[in-house]
Design a protein around this ligand. Structure first.
Ligand code: PLP
Length: 392
């Protein structure tokens, strides 16, 4: 599946691009700039830098050369003008949210979002920022939910857990009609498989702790947007909140990016194989994965996604806590844990045995839903593990 003409450029961006070895004595990997501050030869030069910290190295909380290299790569992968890297995905999401609203504003969420994003929105109620969620991806339904004070629409595509597809071009048009900003969490697809800025979305955020880092050894985040929007975000939510990425994480992220295209290829192949297996299993009611052959026929999938990552969910026919627990406890290759997007395969469910009613009524999630992050173990091994766990 190839719909961006310059997809090979993405591979170049991930590898050598923008890592000029000349200033570093030809070193193939740029050094880790582990220094908190940078000095200047005169007061005039210092003032110039201090007044324009975005474009000068003054203090690590603002800019750092190792972090700058990875920021340039991520901006270019997303086809955006500017990127800033954060200490976590949540720090990037916090910056995106706080830069987009003020007291009295309303945020509209499209179906499920990552739980901590929802918790943050709830926390923001104390600043008189309200939010609501529309459990539909239909544009007429979404239009009806826009309030006079809606200033931001927050999206994940595919949506969290149920993996429904949102029409990014239509939603960005709709938002522009009402002068509303759009933010998307693009962690699932990575910039390799979905480029939301090209569909008119204003801000892209990532948890770099997932595929971008890819080795389960960093927590980080990124925010990509236009020069104009970034100028304000840099001066306020980046510099003042202080959630910037450190150079060690940036170096690990740079290493992760080098193999991103290769890793995503394996995640995709493995996950399609696992999804097909689950889709034909008698204990499974539904598989939520846009990479399933029949889901790939969806014109929106074809328009927006050039590939599929390794996170899928499936719903058990027997949607009881007992059954969910049994399946999770029976797998041997899959590890039980949070997060995703690394080399290892993971399994988890949101059903904790006391929240089924909330899952169904509030979050529109089946209590029989199990989430899998498909890693890089051989697909046959993952399938036979699931087979023994699902079969009585
Ligand atoms: N967005 C999504 C979709 C996530 O799953 C996560 C973490 O699991 C985050 C954002 C938050 O990222 P981080 O853990 O790096 O703060």
């Amino acid at each position: 599946m190839k719909r961006y003409d310059d997809i090979t450029n993405d591979q170049e961006i991930c590898m050598h691009y923008n890592t000029d070895t000349n200033p570093y004595y030809g070193a193939i990997i740029p050094p880790i700039f582990e220094n908190a501050l940078f000095t200047y030869p005169s007061h005039e030069k210092f003032m110039e830098a201090e007044n324009n910290q975005e474009n000068h190295y003054v203090y690590w909380r603002g800019t750092n050369p190792t972090v700058s290299i990875v920021e340039k790569k991520l901006a270019d992968l997303e086809r955006g003008e500017e990127c800033k890297c954060f200490a976590s995905g949540m720090a990037a999401i916090t910056a995106a949210l706080f830069s987009s609203v003020q007291a009295g504003d309303h945020v509209l969420c499209i179906s499920n979002l990552y739980k901590s994003t929802m918790d943050l929105l709830s926390y923001m109620e104390k600043f008189n920022v309200s939010y609501s969620t529309i459990y539909s991806t239909n544009m007429d339904d979404i239009r009806k939910e826009i309030l006079p004070n809606t200033r931001l629409i927050f999206i994940e595509n595919p949506t969290n857990m149920n993996h429904e597809i949102v029409d990014l071009e239509k939603i960005s048009h709709l938002a522009k009609e009402f002068n509303i900003r759009t933010v998307i969490d693009n962690t699932w697809a990575t910039p390799l498989f979905q480029k939301p800025l090209l569909f008119g979305i204003d801000i892209v955020v990532h948890s770099a702790s997932k595929y971008l880092g890819g080795h389960g050894d960093i927590v980080g985040g990124a925010l990509i947007t236009s020069k104009q929007m970034m100028k304000k975000i840099f001066e306020k939510e980046y510099l003042l909140f202080g959630g910037s990425m450190g150079p060690h994480e940036a170096a690990l992220l740079l290493r992760g990016l080098q193999t991103l295209p290769l890793r995503m290829k394996i995640h995709q192949e493995n996950t399609i194989a696992v999804a097909k297996f689950l889709d034909s299993h008698k204990a499974v009611k539904k598989v939520n994965y846009p990479g399933l052959p029949h889901s790939q026929d969806n014109p929106l999938v074809q328009k927006q996604l050039t590939g599929f990552s390794g996170l899928l969910t499936f719903e058990l026919k027997d949607a009881t806590f007992e059954k969910v627990k049994e399946v999770i406890n029976k797998v041997k290759v899959f590890k039980i844990g949070v997060s995703w997007g690394s080399f290892e395969s993971l399994i988890m469910s949101l059903n904790f045995g006391n929240n089924e009613k909330q899952l169904i009524e509030k979050e529109h999630i089946s209590p029989g839903l199990i989430r899998l992050s498909i890693g890089m173990e051989p697909a046959e091994k993952l399938i036979s593990d699931l087979e023994q766990a699902l079969n009585k």
